[in-house]
Design a protein around this ligand. Structure first.
Ligand SMILES: Cc1cc2nc3c(=O)[nH]c(=O)nc-3n(C[C@H](O)[C@H](O)[C@H](O)COP(=O)(O)O)c2cc1C
Length: 209
């Protein structure tokens, strides 16, 4: 049976999975492969370097992909967002600081603005700032989450942000995890660690093993 969630509808994708914008790991090839598989692949813009952004969009070829940034690092180098938006990313994904300075610019280029948060308070702030979608990132998230695990955080964020679609991030690595995320009220999942091991990721061979 095909998936039909707010995520698949908003992004026009078949599978409600977004690959995480993992700095140094999620390059254009991985993003393109995830999109080719029916989800949406994101390039890890990380601590942004315009030359790397250009290169990785090139690696993605003609695939529709998005890009993610560590927001406080983007604030130090905001021109990197212009470089990314010139490639018409389907989504701009921001983590770890106030998204407000970047929302209008990203949306004006037609990108879906996805904010990754670690607490209910941050989710409310992201909603107020105009995020199109919110990722509730639990402590399982590759060591990146704050204080609350995915299982309790996701429904709390769903309840807090009204009609804004929520994605679950942290510890989701297969269909069972995705089903659990949907059961919690999420519209899909952000998957990182499982894609580190993908052939297309930029992780070292040892890391993949
Ligand atoms: C190796 C690695 C690097 C990551 N780098 C980033 C990053 O640069 N920016 C970001 O927003 N999130 C980053 N994350 C976190 C992801 O966005 C996401 O929340 C997480 O991978 C989801 O949990 P999972 O790894 O259990 O699937 C990273 C995760 C991993 C595993």
């Amino acid at each position: 049976m095909p998936f039909d969630t707010a995520l698949t509808r908003m992004l026009g994708i078949d599978i409600p999975v977004i690959s995480a914008p993992m700095a140094g790991v999620a390059g254009g090839k991985l993003a393109a492969a995830v999109t080719g598989g029916g989800g949406l692949g994101l390039i890890g813009g990380g601590y942004p370097d315009p030359a790397v952004i250009e290169h990785e969009f090139g690696e993605a070829g003609n695939a529709v992909v998005g890009i993610g940034f560590i927001t406080w690092a983007l604030a130090k180098n905001p021109a990197a967002l212009d470089v990314a938006l010139a490639h018409s990313p389907k989504a701009v994904f921001l983590s770890f600081a106030d998204i407000a300075p970047f929302v209008a610019q990203a949306q004006s280029f037609g990108a879906t603005l996805i904010a990754q948060v670690q607490t209910v308070g941050q989710a409310r702030a992201a909603a107020d700032a105009g995020a199109d979608m919110i990722v509730a990132q639990g402590t399982e998230a590759g060591g990146h989450g704050a204080a609350r695990a995915t299982l309790p955080l996701v429904p709390a964020v769903v309840d807090a942000v009204g009609s804004i679609p929520v994605l679950a991030g942290g510890g989701i690595a297969d269909g069972r995890g995705l089903a659990a995320a949907l059961a919690l009220g999420a519209a899909g999942a952000v998957v990182g660690s499982a894609f580190v091991a993908a052939e297309e990721s930029l992780a070292s061979a040892n890391g993949k093993r």
